[in-house]
Write a protein that binds this ligand. Sequence first.
Ligand code: ADP
Ligand code: MG
Length: 220
Amino acid sequence: MPVLAAFDVFRFFHAGAAETLALRGVSLAVEAGEMVAVAGPSGSGKSTLIACLAGLDEPDGGYVELLGKCLTRKPEAERARARAASIGVMMQSDNLFPTLTVVDNILLAMRLARRIDLHRIELLLFRMGLLERRDARPHQLSGGELARAGLAVALAAKPAVLLADEPTGEVDARTEASIVRLLHDECTEGTAVLIATHSAAISGEAHRLLQLRDGRIADA
Ligand code: ADP
Ligand code: MG
């Protein structure tokens, strides 16, 4: 059974008379320990797909299954619970609460999942190279540190699935390499990882590359 699967997912947006067909029947599955990259030009639907997969947004058609259970068309509270317990989401920015330190951001994510593990906090800080930045607040961090802290927060509750939306969109090549390595380590430990990315470095490391074009997965 895949950890996360999408079945014929559609998502439309309306602005006045204009209709955007952001997703037009996307099906995919990600297994435990698998790293899947979703590439595609700007506007092809990558962020919309991540939001639907995370249960942050509701598809207009089709559905998403998380660990064999339908996540779609469920009350927001139920989706939020499933997300806190099983899905780590890393967006391009704003992954941290600005008033909380790095370590408190990680702790908060663990609290929401009811999975507080002080040893894991130290492990994540160590692996992300943030031991010395633990008490810093987001505005005191560099772009690379922010990205690594966002990843630490996404991984706080040891999620079954990690969804990352262009995680290396705003970082230098060295930070990108370290993030790719961290994502890889996470996969090796059994996490299902799906990354929307423009980066050839990430696509090259993924087990599978899906090409999104105009809201559809293009044939390989
Ligand atoms: P990508 O992440 O690949 O750049 P997006 O998923 O952000 O693509 O966007 C896909 C399409 O849906 C784009 O045409 C975008 O303008 C449109 N879109 C995304 N979100 C919204 C929204 N909330 N309202 C209206 N249109 C949207
Ligand atoms: Mg996007």
